[in-house]
Design a protein around this ligand. Structure first.
Ligand SMILES: [Cu+2]
Length: 320
C-alpha cells in the first residue's frame, strides 16, 4: 500500500474513533432553567383551622415554590422585591457555589436581582432568604427546596420511585416580631410541615384533611428539608424502616435500613420507604424529638389499594 494512503487511512480511523468517543461521553444536554420569585409580605394560614400569620414569603406561600433541575443545568434566577414591601430580602440557594456578598446580597423594596449558577452537585438542598435578621426571615416563611436530579437518571443505586413527596419542617414562632426569641430558641409553639401544624395528620388534628398516600408495596421517596431555626430533626417513619437514605439526596451517599436519621439545621436528605405489598398499612412520619412531634411534626402516610393516583407524581409532590 502507498505509504501516503496508509497515513491518510490511519488519520481517518483516529478521527472516527475520536468522534465516536465524543459522542459516547456526551452527557444529557444541560439546559438553562429560568426561575423567578417575588418576595411577598402577606398573611398566610399556618394551621388546619385557618389561623393567620403575618408571613414573609416567596410568591405568597410557605414554603416557596419547588425548584427542580438536573445536575449540570444552569439556574437563571430573578428575585423581585416590590416597592409595597417594607423589608429587604434575598435568596441563598444551598445548591449554588457563588459569592455571598454578590449573588446572595440583599435586595431593597422596589429593586430586583438577577443571577445564575450551575447546579453541579446532585441532591436536595435548602433555599432561604438571608436578609438581616436571617433567623426572622426564615422563621417568617422565606424558604423552600431545590431538587437537583442526578444526570445519570435512575439506576440500581437510585431506583425509580413510584411516588415522590416533599416535606419541609420548620419552627413556628407566634410572635413574628421577636427576633431574639427566634435566635435564642424561645417561645416557639409549633412545628410546621410544608407550612402548617399537623398538616397531614388527621389523627392528632380533627381539622386536618390531607395525608400522603401510596399503594401497598410502592417505593415512596421523600425529599426532606430541615428549615428549623435551631433544632435538628430525628426523622423516623413509625411502623417502618427507611429502605434507603441518600445523605444530602446524593445517590453516592447511600445508607440502608435506617430507623432514624438526624437531619441538621439547614440540611436535607432523601428517604425511600417501601411498605408491605400484601396488605394495607399506615406510617406516621415524625420528628421523633417529642417536643417537635407533639407541636405538629407528624405526617400520616396511608398505604392502601385505592390511593389517589395523582398524589406524589408530577407537580403533586408538595401537597398544599
Ligand atoms: Cu426575606
Amino acid at each position: 500500500m502507498n505509504i501516503k494512503l496508509l497515513t491518510k487511512a490511519i488519520k481517518y480511523e483516529v478521527f472516527g474513533v475520536l468522534i465516536m468517543a465524543l459522542f459516547i461521553a456526551q452527557p444529557i444536554a444541560a439546559k438553562t432553567v429560568k426561575v423567578t420569585m417575588t418576595a411577598k409580605e402577606t398573611n398566610v394560614v399556618i394551621d388546619n383551622k385557618g389561623t393567620e400569620y403575618p408571613a414573609w414569603t416567596y410568591d405568597g406561600k410557605i414554603p416557596g415554590p419547588v425548584v427542580r433541575v438536573t445536575e449540570g443545568d444552569t439556574v437563571d434566577f430573578k428575585l423581585i422585591n416590590p416597592d409595597t414591601n417594607k423589608n429587604s430580602h434575598s435568596m441563598d440557594f444551598h445548591a449554588a457555589v457563588v459569592d455571598v456578598l454578590k449573588e446572595f446580597s440583599e435586595v431593597k423594596p422596589g429593586e430586583n436581582k438577577h443571577f445564575s449558577f450551575v447546579a453541579k452537585h446532585p441532591g436536595v438542598f435548602f433555599y432561604h432568604c438571608g436578609a438581616t435578621t436571617m433567623a426572622q426571615h426564615i422563621a417568617r416563611g422565606m424558604y423552600g427546596i431545590i431538587i437537583v436530579d442526578p444526570k445519570e437518571g435512575y439506576s440500581a443505586a437510585y431506583p425509580k420511585p413510584d411516588r415522590e413527596y416533599v416535606l419541609i419542617q420548620s419552627q413556628y414562632f407566634p410572635n413574628a416580631k421577636d427576633k431574639n426569641a427566634m435566635i435564642e430558641n424561645r417561645g416557639w409553639t409549633g412545628s410546621l410541615i410544608n407550612g402548617k401544624i399537623f398538616h397531614y395528620d388527621p389523627v392528632h388534628d380533627e381539622n386536618a384533611s390531607l395525608t400522603l398516600q401510596s399503594k401497598p408495596g410502592e417505593r415512596v421517596r421523600i425529599f426532606f428539608v430541615n428549615a428549623n431555626i435551631n433544632n435538628p430533626v430525628a426523622f423516623h417513619p413509625i411502623a417502618g424502616i427507611w429502605d434507603r437514605v441518600y445523605i444530602n439526596g446524593n445517590p453516592q451517599n447511600t445508607l440502608y435500613g435506617i430507623q432514624t436519621r438526624n437531619v441538621a439545621v439547614a440540611s436535607a436528605d432523601t428517604f425511600d420507604l417501601v411498605s408491605p405489598a400484601d396488605h394495607p398499612t399506615n406510617n406516621a412520619i415524625v420528628d421523633h424529638s417529642m417536643s417537635a412531634a407533639m407541636r405538629g411534626a407528624i405526617t400520616v402516610l396511608m398505604n392502601m389499594p385505592d390511593a389517589d393516583p395523582k398524589l406524589g407524581k408530577g407537580d403533586n409532590i408538595l401537597i398544599r
